[in-house]
Design a protein around this ligand. Structure first.
Ligand code: ATP
Ligand code: MG
Length: 413
């Protein structure tokens, strides 16, 4: 028996209605905010992620699914996230000189070789959005408002918005110095990963999940205390915009995001009660990304929302009960002629737009009726030789038991 690859999942028809319900909300909300859907390839040249996501990140160093393409001798990677591909696509398709802003959304699967656990898989599903071409905190506020509206519309209440600003290329180097000297003074208390990250990517030490590191991070210098004038002004404006839009948040200095391209405002929506993988959505500003992969200076702001984690949070809150569609009609047939008639009627009704079913496995009449009940058919119709002869049958409303005589060749629902 060949099994699925570790860290992947099968999503069965009993669960897809919930997925589709969520995805429809994502699409509808994104379009209300003026984002258009973009579809980019599942795999890209590895170089795109090395430059776009950053070669000091875990994602690029340890987690990418990378292989050499058969005939071209090129290194290819399955996308570990969506932003770099969208940035590449707008450059490649000449969109950087279009009227700004540019707004895109996507619902995609991403691939990361991580340790599978609840809320963490190797192929995972993400709703992502990107807005390019604005330095204004109004853009940050719009992106956050969109993520917020999806989370509220699926009914989640125990999800909190955490925001922070990690500064720009003006203020980050100074802050970085303060951070490195703080952690150097307590280097003996750091986990091995943090020790090795201290020089390369010290910001990441702030969101290490190791309890000793997390304790140490609490006393660390805060990015928000080291912002340059313009970053500080932008962050304040973002906070007032969120206040004005009635979007609750907490300022959380531990939010730094994992990918190298982030600058300025960063945020996460964190769910209570779903365990360690509690960030259902993470995002922020990435003003350096487009230029780092060969495009013009074009600022950006976006987020990725993990659909599996959203479902975990919805499950925890009892919001996951979305049922599959039920047939409007089930036709039970006795005998071959009736079976053919049943097929003809269901086909006619389907062409009229109804969800109709008839027996295709040759069950007894009793078993067919039991099955109709089980699948929750709204109406049933029994056809045998006498019904075919008269051209009429009894249409039974399964909810109240009422029966109506109908003409087999012309009735509708
Ligand atoms: P985490 O801190 O949980 O590792 P991340 O910072 O690596 O997340 P992003 O790259 O920002 O995550 O991805 C955006 C969102 O996608 C996350 O907030 C999360 O909801 C989801 N996500 C990321 N990695 C996984 C995964 N391996 N399995 C399931 N969902 C994931
Ligand atoms: Mg991660």
């Amino acid at each position: 028996m060949i099994q699925k690859v570790k860290g992947t999942m099968d999503i069965l028809p009993s669960e897809t209605p919930l997925w589709r319900y969520i995805e429809n909300i994502m699409r509808e909300e994104a379009e209300k905010y003026g984002y258009g859907e973009i579809r980019t390839p599942t795999f890209e040249n590895t170089e795109l992620f090395v430059r776009g996501v950053g070669d000091t990140t875990d994602v690029v160093q340890k987690e990418m699914y990378t292989f050499v393409d058969r005939d071209e001798d090129r290194s290819i990677s399955l996308r570990p996230e969506g932003t770099a591909s969208v940035a590449r696509a707008i450059i490649e398709n000449g969109k950087c000189s279009d009227p700004m802003p540019l707004k895109f959304y996507y619902i995609i699967s991403c691939f990361r070789h991580e340790k599978p656990q609840a809320g963490r898989s190797r192929e995972f599903f993400q709703f992502g959005t990107e807005m390019f071409g604005s330095y204004s905190p109004a853009a940050d506020a719009t992106a956050i408002a969109l993520a917020n509206s999806v989370i509220r519309r699926v009914g989640l209440k125990n999800v909190k918005l955490h925001i922070n600003s990690i500064g720009c290329k003006e203020c980050r180097p100074k802050y970085r110095g303060a951070l490195v000297s703080y952690f150097n003074s307590r280097a003996d208390k750091l986990c091995d990963t943090c020790k090795s990250r201290l020089d390369k990517n010290p910001l990441r030490l702030l969101d290490c999940k190791n309890p000793d590191c997390a304790e140490g991070a609490k006393g660390a210098p805060k990015t928000v205390d080291h912002l340059c004038e313009s970053c500080e002004k932008n962050f304040k404006l973002l906070c007032s915009a969120l206040d004005a839009m009635n979007i609750e948040y907490v300022i959380d200095p531990s939010i730094v995001r994992g990918l190298d391209y982030y600058t300025g405002a960063v945020f996460e929506f964190i769910a209570e009660g779903i365990g360690a993988q509690s960030t259902v959505c993470g995002g922020g500003r990435y003003d350096g990304l487009v230029s780092s992969i060969g495009g013009p200076e074009l600022p950006g702001i976006g987020f990725g929302m993990g659909i599996t984690r959203l479902i975990l949070a919805m499950r925890e809150a009892g919001l996951d009960n979305i049922e599959a569609a039920k047939p409007r009609l089930y036709i039970a047939a006795m005998g071959e002629a009736a079976l053919v008639k049943g097929l003809a009627i269901t086909e006619r009704l389907r062409r009229e737009g109804f969800y109709a079913e008839c027996d295709v496995v040759g069950r007894s009449l009793k078993a067919q009726m039991k099955y109709a009940n089980k699948i929750g058919a709204g109406y049933t119709l029994i056809i045998g030789d006498s019904e075919i002869e008269s051209g009429k049958a009894q249409l039974r409303n399964m909810e109240n038991g009422e029966q109506t005589e109908v003409e087999l060749d012309s009735f509708s629902l």
